[in-house]
Design a protein around this ligand. Sequence first.
Ligand SMILES: NC(=O)c1ccc[n+]([C@@H]2O[C@H](COP(=O)([O-])OP(=O)(O)OC[C@H]3O[C@@H](n4cnc5c(N)ncnc54)[C@H](OP(=O)(O)O)[C@@H]3O)[C@@H](O)[C@H]2O)c1
Length: 285
Amino acid sequence: MISGRTKVCGVIGDPIEHTMSPVMHNAAFSKLGLDYVYLPFRVTAQELGKAVEGARALNIRGLNITIPHKVAILPFLDKLDPLAEKIGAINTIVNDGGVLIGYNTDATGFLQALLEQGIEPKGKKVAVLGAGGASRAISFILAERGAKLVILNRQPARAEELAQRIAQVFKREVKALALNEENLAGILAEAEILVNTTSLGMSPEVDKTPVPARLLKSSLVVFDIVYNPIKTRLLKEAELAGAKTINGLEMLVWQGALAFEKWTGQQAPLDLMKEVATEALGHED
Ligand SMILES: NC(=O)c1ccc[n+]([C@@H]2O[C@H](COP(=O)([O-])OP(=O)(O)OC[C@H]3O[C@@H](n4cnc5c(N)ncnc54)[C@H](OP(=O)(O)O)[C@@H]3O)[C@@H](O)[C@H]2O)c1
């Protein structure tokens, strides 16, 4: 029940109708008996600064930030966690007594999902497909963890730009290539982990895949961060090739869980969050 003591969290984005976050967080608050509520807020780019000031004035405890505001919100915050500062994008705000601190739990959530499956990326050859917002968070944390990175993107200039930024920050070589069959064949012959951060294969275009099936092999770990559908064509074909697979729901739940823990100081009920998100996505798992 909402009372005078209820703490408010939420998510800011545009559009916001398809977010899974309210379902996951409200179920988690309720399970732990926490007096919190989580709401969706549709905020346009023009109103972003006012929305952040409003959140501060209303003493909102925490926010998630989603497309298209993950970079644009930075100037409105008081502090950034060091990793978020390096990435240059955030997805979580904690309001610590009027001080707004930005974090990137997309990055840490991705890493946790990998580690939870017993996969340590340190020293491994990792091919990251895509150079958009999600790739930025993932490529930075993989580089920080000590992975040997190659970034492949449809527009190679974007992969090059991201690789250069990471190389500058971590003083290590990061390769950038165009995302095409020839380059994939060369890279996947050696890669140990493949991460798809492109939107290829996402509903409604579920018959698309960024990697031809013949290039997949049993020694690869294939992580597709697309979570709708939960089992993409890439993951189905990777499974058939005998590869270990990790789906995007794992990352989605972990990024939410890590934000939850920052707002509440409590351990998030991961299994429940996964269960309600799976149900909301219209799957039986
Ligand atoms: N599991 C999670 O928690 C989680 C978190 C964040 C995002 N995601 C998912 O990750 C995906 C990407 O999100 P984002 O925020 O990074 O989006 P974004 O910034 O718009 O980046 C999209 C990426 O996909 C590539 N791409 C799009 N259409 C393509 C096509 N037809 N062929 C080849 N490449 C194509 C783009 O390449 P160009 O640069 O060449 O355009 C770019 O690299 C989405 O499906 C999103 O739902 C999942």
